[in-house]
Design a protein around this ligand. Sequence first.
Ligand code: GLU
Length: 449
Amino acid sequence: MSDQIRVRFAPSPTGSVHIGNIRAAVFNWLFARHEGGKFLLRIEDTDLARSTKEAVDKVLDAMAWLGLDYDEPVVYQTHNAADHLAAVERLLSTGHAYKAVKESVDPATGERKSGEVVLFRMPREGRIEYDDLVKGHMRKKAEDTQDFVIVRSDGSPVFHVANVVDDIKQGVTHIVRGDDHVENTFKHVKIFEALGAPVPKYAHLPMIVNAQGKPYSKRDGAAFVGDFKERGFLPEALFNFLALLGWAPGDDREIMTRKELVEAFSFERCKSSPARFDLKKLLWMNGEYIAAQPPDVFKAELSARLAAAGLPSAPLGCGLDELVPPVQIRTKTLSDLPGNCEYFFREDIAYDPAAVEKRLHAPGAKERLLAFADAFAAMPDFSAETTEALVRAEAEKPTPDGKPVGMGALVHPIRVAVSGRTEGPGLFEMLALLGRDRVVRRLRAAASL
Ligand code: GLU
């Protein structure tokens, strides 16, 4: 084992896996893979009320979905209970811990009870110090610390002792976790020393915050790994995004493969200032990953989602293969499918009411739609090129005030009329894919909306 780097992800299963927690797993994993070390998974399941099988499965599913493979069998903290108590006995016998009677209030009944607890003895003078690979040298005056409970009156060891004892047992060399644990680390360093174990190196990762600088939570939108999966994010995109929450490669790269991330990762490039969760950036990144999928993979995804939505498997006016490229490059999340391209598959399209108001109820819009319907119907050849030439020529014509009509006054109403939406593939490509008859019909129908 000697020099080998060993890190672990040690979540307490609570129901759903917060992205802040899984980010710690990503950083542990990247570090282990970069260093050729071992990445371990320890489930800290001592809170029996919350650590249900379901909660544990969510952790395992999140890890599998993000491709965070671990190198040794999962360790369950509850299985180490005897080690925790044995360590407490040692701390008692070496004078690092002592028993005391403590009063407590039963949260269920409100009853006051007294019971014997075990406390860890913190130093009275000097400083407690450790080097943090992200935050630098950390120190705290001993007089600012207090002895703390390590065994409750019901005989159960608390987090601090279980966490440290397990890290010793697993030979963990580097502890990589969120900086909400910084205060705990001053305690843990002393427990390692008291147990005669080498103190691991620490890397405390910066908090993830929202646009207002407040801790990122479910009120900010998707906050749990399962939410991102459900909303059609690709695991590779989320992985890439999480790797950049508190770390950067030092050049201007943002889209990086897993291999590139592993190669570039180091704690020197980790930031200690809070990492802002930028959903727009994640959407952009996800769109890039979707655009880069092999077309067949994207097509299969689209087909499955069309079937689930009860839509036909082929578009109305063209082949599915023709539709895939323009839709694929504009899809930001898989759950946009088939909504963002529904109008290619059904005649009774849904109109976005705000777009109708703005584009179709604009002065003169109705007349223009009817005029284009007639002009398109009369064209000898209906294609992206010919429709574009026709619309451009119309856009050049002067309005009563002398200025040209302009493309905007024409393309927006046409787009809304034929698709019901304000966004989609290039308008002329879209017209060609829909086909002349359908376009003409929709323009006429939209004129009376
Ligand atoms: N179970 C703790 C947590 O999830 C462990 C933290 C750690 O030591 O990594 O916050």
